[in-house]
Design a binder for this molecule. Structure first.
Ligand SMILES: Cc1ncc(COP(=O)(O)O)c(C=O)c1O
Length: 461
């Protein structure tokens, strides 16, 4: 039987109340579906999984690079080539550091080749040892940076609204082995930096932030979201302001800044003198040229992202079971991520099913941060009671879906994405059944074939 025949058969069988989620999800156990009868030949067929044409010919991605002014970038690259100074704290890199510090409202900035190296250098520079408290609901690089410095991550739960560290859980997790807290300003949301500072000071701990998502975000309306002793931005190609690859550590501590600057250059304090353990974490002049040009276009990128956010807000507002993360549109923010949570009971499909069905529309929505760092190697086993200690994380890893945005996506694209999401919800039962027999190569591997569940440990922001 062809796929089309299977789908027709499924459609003709769909007529009654169902509870298909039982077999697909351990977390979501029941639902009351109204009788579902796909409106054959009508709008119901406006879903590729049910035989319609995909909504988009091109694939829409989360995190397609924003392109800044090409002529300005090429002018800078020509300057770099003319100067013959390609790396090692050249003029582009120095200017980039000044601009990042200005944007972040900090005294110092040390540019790095990427944020992961920046995190490792900052962690080592702060001299943390033993245990460090960190969320599990983050990109794996946050936790790898600790582990690679010989530290043990102690996973802590997050706030259900901001997805950032829950301060009460942090305080409860502190032991005599704890030397630091590594918060993540996830999605550009701010951790409760003041409360975390108080807790850190009370217990004599270092406090730093992974601010990979946060360039340009000032959710408290004054100064940058807390930087603690140090914070690290990412300028990876998929970030709204990028340097091809790049990172930056910001701090207000002049001694730390001097130390970090040596550490990103193998620890060299002079021609032959090595003062610290170090690495090669420097940013190249080509990256700094792109970073500077990208920073110049920052406001345009943010405005575009904000318009996209508002279009999603309008388009998803009436669809049951899909919640868009709230943003304060009057505060400086990069609106870089369109973060949704899927309540399968109300929506009719699980998050994974919705992601799969959207892939067939050529909308490359992504699940984040499934299955949580505490369920990835080498951290499996560090949180044996995760169900009790990380309940919010466990729910979020099953529910969060990120939708495409950035300058490659228009508000018209977003209206079309939202209409398809609505059609998928209205025809949930038929969609579910069609997915169980679908083996389209565009589907994520975990959605191919019934009951298949594959970890996406490499999920990338
Ligand atoms: C939360 C978070 N931390 C760290 C990183 C690592 O950044 P980079 O790719 O610049 O090393 C990323 C993204 O890629 C991230 O999303």
């Amino acid at each position: 039987m062809t796929n089309e025949q299977k789908i027709s058969q499924i459609l003709s069988n769909v007529s009654s109340v169902g509870s298909h989620l039982d077999s697909r999800s351990a977390v979501l156990t029941s639902r009351n579906l109204a009788p579902v009868r796909p409106e054959i030949g009508s709008r119901a067929y406006h879903a590729a999984v049910l035989g319609a044409k995909p909504e988009f010919k091109r694939t829409l991605h989360v995190g397609r690079p924003n392109m800044p002014d090409r002529a300005a970038f090429l002018r800078r690259i020509n300057e770099v080539l003319d100067s013959g100074w390609l790396s090692n704290f050249g003029p582009m890199e120095q200017e980039f550091e000044r601009r990042v510090a200005e944007t972040a409202g900090t005294k110092y900035c040390v540019a790095t080749c990427n944020a992961t190296t920046g995190l490792e250098v900052a962690i080592a520079g702060l001299g943390m040892t033993g245990d460090v408290i960190v969320p599990s609901f983050t990109f794996i690089a946050t936790v790898h940076a600790l582990w690679r410095q010989g530290l043990r991550p102690v996973f802590c739960d997050v706030d259900p609204e901001t997805h950032c560290l829950d301060v009460d859980c942090v305080e409860a997790a502190i032991t005599s082995r704890t030397t630091g807290i590594l918060g993540v300003h996830l999605w550009g949301n701010s951790c409760d930096s003041l409360a975390l500072r108080e807790v850190a000071d009370k217990h004599g701990l270092k406090l730093m932030f992974d601010a990979a998502h946060s360039i340009g975000c000032r959710s408290d309306g004054a100064g940058h979201d807390g930087i603690g002793d140090a914070a690290v931005f990412s300028f990876h190609a998929t970030k709204c302001v990028h340097a091809f690859e790049g990172g930056a550590i910001v701090t207000n501590d002049s001694d730390l800044e001097k130390k970090l600057r040596l550490m990103v250059n193998f620890g060299f304090a002079g021609e032959d003198a090595v003062a610290h353990l170090g690495t090669n974490g420097k940013m190249s002049e080509a990256s700094a040229a792109m970073g500077l040009t990208s920073l110049e276009s920052m406001d345009r990128f943010f405005e575009h992202n904000k318009r996209n956010y508002m279009a999603y807000s309008a388009g998803l507002g009436e669809i049951p079971g899909i919640k868009l993360m709230r943003r304060h549109t009057n505060r400086p923010h990069n609106f870089q991520y369109i973060v949704t949570e899927i309540d399968a009971d109300a929506f009719g499909l699980t998050r994974d099913e919705l992601v799969a069905a959207l892939r067939l529309e050529n909308v490359c929505a992504r699940r984040y941060f499934h299955p949580g760092c505490h369920r990835m190697e080498p951290y499996v086993g560090l949180s044996p009671r995760a169900g009790q200690t990380l309940p919010v994380t466990e729910i979020l890893t099953d529910r969060v879906m990120v939708l495409p945005t950035g300058t490659a996506i228009s508000t018209d694209d977003i209206s079309r994405i939202c209409r398809r999401i609505s059609a998928l919800s209205r025809n949930a039962e038929a969609v579910h059944r069609a997915l169980t027999v679908c083996n389209d190569p565009r589907l994520p591997s975990y959605a191919r074939g019934p009951g298949v569940e594959v970890s996406t440990a490499g999920t990338r922001l």
